[in-house]
Write a protein that binds this ligand. Structure first.
Ligand SMILES: Cc1cc2nc3c(=O)[nH]c(=O)nc-3n(C[C@H](O)[C@H](O)[C@H](O)COP(=O)(O)O)c2cc1C
Length: 185
């Protein structure tokens, strides 16, 4: 089954590229949607990025006639990574005026797995309320919030950890980080 990945205009596009590469390399078919600001941040943070693969279908975020805008096309899951506060607000309030928010809306109504990876700091009360409301509606809120207990040495290590967390929720095996074990002191 296909997986939808959306990249919005929050910082952290590297997480999305990592996740895309991982899933494409293990033969998942991916629908990719990038918001206008998602493209701008991606170009800024990941200069020279290339996204091209036989299993990758890129959709225009303005195209509300795309097959993934309808609940009759089943998918395994949708991941919004990174998710801006703007997209978060649209999804939490059912404002389905672009393909990203419409496909997320479909996931909520059809009970497909929806993983939202918000990125902002600090959060205001509106952000927190929107996250609470989406969590209550069944979405998984998986913040772009790296950990340091696996002693990362590079940006790769940091982004691998977050992708691994997403893959854990999707129940997809990976070795992007090792599970925590009590250290022998
Ligand atoms: C370089 C850059 C970094 C940004 N980082 C964030 C961020 O981390 N979180 C956020 O909510 N918005 C961030 N923004 C603002 C969003 O891109 C903006 O609110 C946009 O309207 C979101 O729309 P979208 O969800 O359709 O991509 C950033 C903008 C720029 C130009």
């Amino acid at each position: 089954m296909k997986i939808n990945i959306a990249i919005t205009g929050a910082s952290g596009s590297i997480y999305a590229l990592k996740l895309l590469n991982f899933l494409l390399n293990i033969d998942y078919k991916i629908n990719l949607i990038i918001s206008d600001n998602g493209y701008k941040v991606l170009e800024h943070e990941c200069k020279g990025f290339k996204i091209n693969h036989k299993n990758l279908q890129i959709h225009d975020n303005k195209n509300l006639c795309a097959d993934i805008a309808s609940g009759s096309n089943k998918i395994k899951a949708m991941i919004i990574i990174p998710c801006s506060m703007g997209s978060l607000a649209r999804i939490a309030n059912g404002i389905s005026n672009d393909l990203i928010s419409r496909s997320a809306d479909i996931c909520l109504k059809e009970k497909y797995q929806l993983i939202i990876c918000p990125r902002e700091t600090p959060f205001n009360t509106i952000h927190l309320r929107n996250m609470l409301s989406l969590s209550q509606d069944g979405a998984v809120i998986l913040p772009c919030m790296p950990a340091f207990y696996h002693l990362p040495k590079s940006l790769d290590d940091i982004s691998d950890f977050l992708c691994g967390k997403v893959l854990d929720i999707l129940n997809i095996k990976h070795e992007l980080f090792k599970a925590w074990k009590e250290p022998s002191l």
